[in-house]
Write a protein that binds this ligand. Structure first.
Ligand SMILES: *Cc1c(COP(=O)(O)O)cnc(C)c1O
Length: 364
């Protein structure tokens, strides 16, 4: 199951999902919300889609109409879904999430028993899957906790089978679970997010070798303005940076309106002409300043790389995120709609919302 929630982790929902369907041939798509599932269907995704966060009251007709599979975070969602499916003369695939330790969306043991009981009276709902979600499969010190989650899930599957249910899909693993808990956590479906995008640095167990993946995403801007200012010049909102030497200041059009967190102000680094240079002054909504004094031959239009490589020099998404005390997934997911997504693979440039949507100059 290719997880494409949150705009495909910031990579761009429709081009990524289309590529995953047509080229990678993903069996399933996983999204968090009904809206995300509807967007996929409207864009022509025909593979099965599971809405992991379920639906809100009033959205059950959309679940039915767009043929989305859904979880049920509470027994109270059963009757409305059954009614909507029955009215439409359709069957909805239901995946029950069992809370085996994460304490989040899954059903408690009592709720699970209740739902299994009530499902018998819902001829338009098909129990298609039983799933759970790991709380800390990336942490070796919690390995026993994860094994306990796996055991509880197996018991719930047994309970359902004993009650006569034959769910087709049994799924437990996210990226960290797949990396650290095979074969126990394999089931017959795995839900991959981070690993799918090559984000393997900070969300996987350090106890096992990292998988041979490459990050899909890099983040760049071009130098829009260049000037030299004397020592003692304050730069940016709040005058939080004052130059101590004659300073060559490069301005790039990337700010918090693009998802570059303001906490990178006076902290983060960027690669220009193969060298790391500091972000100086406050990151503002649209613009960020760099100190390029020590970089020879800087010119307008030079690329400033926030995430990615120039030659031998690299800033990983994990390193970029560490500056703000966070993880790579938050950094990529934060990138807003204003940032043009440029897709490299030939197969992706024909995807809807792909290259042709973005001004050509942004993708050179
Ligand atoms: C987001 C999510 C995943 C994918 O997690 P990754 O760590 O990105 O692989 C899997 N399952 C559920 C329920 C999720 O919410």
């Amino acid at each position: 199951m290719a997880m494409v929630k949150a705009n495909a982790y910031g990579h761009g929902l429709l081009p990524v999902a289309t590529f995953l369907q047509d080229v990678v041939r993903a069996d399933w798509f996983g999204v968090a919300t009904t809206e995300e599932g509807v967007a996929l269907r409207r864009a022509g995704i025909t593979r099965p889609i599971l809405v992991l966060g379920g639906f809100w009251f009033g959205q059950e007709a959309a679940i039915v109409h767009y043929d989305l599979a859904t979880t049920l975070p509470d027994p109270d969602y059963l009757p409305v879904l059954e009614q909507a499916a029955s009215q439409a003369g359709r069957t909805v695939a239901v995946h029950l999430e069992i809370d085996t330790g994460i304490g989040r969306l899954g059903l408690s043991p009592d709720q699970f028993t209740t739902v299994l009981e009530r499902l018998k009276a819902c001829p338009h709902l098909r129990l298609d899957g039983l799933m759970t979600h790991f709380a800390s499969a990336d942490l070796p010190e919690h390995a026993d906790f994860t094994r306990d989650q796996i055991r509880r899930h197996a018991l719930a599957v047994q309970q359902a089978r004993a009650a006569g249910w034959t769910p087709r899909y049994i799924h437990l693993a996210n990226s960290a679970g797949l990396h650290a808990f095979l074969p126990e956590a394999a089931g017959n479906l795995v839900r991959l997010g981070g690993l799918l995008y090559g984000i393997a640095g900070d969300a996987l167990s350090p106890a096992f070798p990292p998988p041979p993946t490459q990050p899909v995403l890099s983040l760049h801007a071009r130098i829009l303005g260049l000037k030299t200012v004397p020592p003692g010049t304050p730069l940016g909102y709040g005058c939080t940076f004052v130059t101590r030497r004659p300073t060559r200041v490069a301005t790039v059009p990337l700010g918090y309106g693009d998802g570059l967190h303001r906490i990178q102000s006076n902290r983060g680094q960027v690669i220009v002409r193969g060298r790391k240079v500091p972000i100086i002054g406050r990151v503002s909504m649209d613009v960020t300043m760099l100190d390029v004094t020590d970089v020879p031959d800087v010119a307008l239009g030079n690329v400033a790389t926030f995430i990615g490589s120039q030659g031998e020099t690299t800033i990983t998404a994990e390193e970029y995120a560490a500056v703000m005390g966070s993880i790579a997934l938050e950094a990529t997911t934060a990138l807003t709609a204003r940032v043009p997504r440029c897709y490299r693979a030939a197969a992706m440039s024909s995807a809807p919302g792909g290259r042709e949507d973005t001004p050509a100059s942004a993708c050179k």
